[in-house]
Design a protein around this ligand. Structure first.
Ligand SMILES: Nc1ncnc2c1ncn2[C@@H]1O[C@H](COP(=O)(O)OP(=O)(O)OP(=O)(O)O)[C@@H](O)[C@H]1O
Length: 495
């Protein structure tokens, strides 16, 4: 009976509490109610274990708080799994949509066995130019014993993760300096070339990917040895072998922006330096066809000019950028710029470049792109025609070893045949045969020319010997083989 009474009184106490709660909710504004509820919650949980709470406000001293933005970004990748109420948005120039927490929601982040409870709140509503706006802040709650971990490991971890997520979510940009002495964004960089679509030696491909990965993960190393965090690549090979395509594949692989440097638009070394300093981190700086932009060959010859005038004219005579300006650029004298940069030079004529430019430390990796091999052909056939095996492959293999076709030539033959791969294969074989015939013709012409040149040389020699009174027959032995000597002797006496 007594127990029954106890249950009854507990029931009525609960009902009274619910009534009071309902009444309070009616009377108190919702923001105040939520704030009181949160304080109540923290008060009781703080009683059980010693908890610490960190407040991270959106605005500090009238400026944006970077840590707030990093936390928001960091939690956006976690809150989808754990929160019941979320905000969904897609910000301009970002690749993906993102979820964020809504005010008065909390979520738990477990890191290395430490429980970290996050909640989002709104500051009191402010009047900002007619419209009402509120500012948010995060509360991070954890046990006091984890204070050191939070400060030295967790917060840096959040900053790093947020940076990675920001970087992944942005769109790559393409800049050029063609319009003057500063960079202008041409467009979003969306070149479709990737390491999967590039036709080149698979071993070299892997080597480049590994080198790039190593480079971007070596921030601490570059700082510890006092070097600018940059790497230089030289891509060389005949036109149409994929130098530009490889640059695009590299930018896509690293998710870097591209700065396409037009050297002929740069007036002098100072302008070159200014342009470099204004490039952003995580970028690829490209100088295409470097041998055509500046006369960078034969430094010894040009050295005097450089010393006297401190400049070197471009081929079209409009730029005063010197070789030393270029060397400083590649050496990373502009290293006060933080962050990693990849500098890529391309040329069709490596032999024309000054050795000073090519030495390692400036051009760390020399990548040769050449004519289409069978391996490259297979990659192109797979990409353009979705063909892996074909009855004409054998014929292609024989033809490709006897002629020089570039990947661009093969790609051109495949264009438009994606729906009829057999016709695409026939087209490329016909083109290769045609080139083989042309090569044969050209070889014949070359041989004839060579013979004519040597006949001419021999006739001149015979004439010279006659004019000096020597016996041409004796000297013929020195200048031609025995069979030809006989014919020549006849010719000499007939004349
Ligand atoms: N190795 C390759 N793999 C895949 N496609 C290629 C390759 N090489 C060339 N192509 C194709 O040929 C076109 C031209 O190639 P690309 O501009 O990359 O050559 P390049 O070596 O930079 O030539 P140039 O020296 O004339 O600038 C590309 O758009 C691409 O379709």
């Amino acid at each position: 009976m007594e127990a029954l009474m106890d249950w009854k009184s507990m029931g009525s106490l609960y009902a009274s509490l619910m009534f009071v709660r309902g009444a309070v909710r009616e009377v108190i504004p919702p923001e105040v109610y939520k704030a009181a509820k949160t304080t109540f919650f923290y008060f009781f949980t703080n009683l059980q274990t010693k908890l610490v709470t960190i407040h991270i406000h959106e605005v500090e001293n009238d400026s944006d708080n970077d840590i707030f933005n990093s936390v928001r970004r960091y939690l956006s990748s976690k809150c989808f799994a754990s929160s019941k109420s979320l905000r969904l948005s897609k910000i301009k120039n970002s690749k993906n949509h993102t979820y964020t927490m809504v005010p008065e929601q909390s979520m738990v982040d477990m890191v290395d066995g430490v429980k970290l409870t996050w909640s989002l709140h709104s500051d009191q509503v402010e009047k900002v130019s007619k419209s009402e706006s509120s500012r948010s802040f995060f509360k991070l709650c954890f046990e006091e014993k984890h204070k050191e971990f939070v400060d030295s490991a967790y917060i840096p971890h959040i900053m790093k993760e947020a940076e990675i997520s920001k970087f992944k979510n942005r769109r790559k940009k393409l800049f050029t300096n063609r319009s003057g002495d500063c960079w202008s964004q041409v467009c979003q960089f969306s070149h479709p070339s990737t390491f999967d679509t590039i036709a080149m030696d698979p071993v070299l491909k892997q080597e480049i990917q590994a080198d790039l990965k190593k480079f971007v993960n070596k921030s601490k190393f570059y700082t510890s040895v006092g070097k600018a965090w940059k790497r230089g690549y030289l891509l060389y090979g005949p036109p149409g072998t994929g130098k530009t395509s490889l640059i695009a594949a590299i930018a896509n692989y690293l998710d870097f922006d591209i700065y396409d440097m037009e050297l002929t638009s740069v007036k002098n070394n100072s302008q070159l330096k200014r342009l470099l300093i204004s490039t952003s981190s995580k970028s690829v700086i490209v100088l295409e066809d470097i041998d055509c932009s500046l006369d960078l060959s034969n430094r010894k010859e040009n050295n005097n000019q450089e010393c006297d005038e401190g400049k070197m004219k471009t081929n079209n005579g409009t730029s005063n950028v010197s070789l030393s300006g270029i060397l400083n650029f590649v050496d990373g004298l502009w290293s006060p710029c933080a962050g990693e940069r990849l500098i890529i030079f391309t040329t069709n004529h490596k032999e024309k470049l000054d050795p000073a430019l090519l030495r390692s430390g400036r051009m760390d990796k020399h990548i040769s792109l050449s004519f289409c091999s069978m391996e490259s052909f297979r990659i192109l056939a797979k990409n353009y025609l979705k063909v892996e095996e074909h009855e004409l492959m054998k014929e292609v293999e024989e033809l490709i070893s006897s002629i020089q076709v570039t990947p661009a030539d093969v790609a051109e033959c495949f264009m438009g045949y994606d729906e009829d791969p057999d016709a695409g294969m026939r087209n490329v074989v016909e083109e290769m045969k045609r080139r083989k015939e042309i090569n044969k013709e050209e070889e014949k012409i070359d041989q004839t020319k060579k013979r004519l040149r040597s006949n001419d040389k021999e006739n001149k020699e015979v004439k010279r010997l006659r004019s000096t009174g020597d016996d041409p027959n004796q000297d013929l032995e020195k200048i031609m083989p025995a069979t030809e000597q006989e014919e020549k002797r006849k010719e000499v006496y007939e004349n």
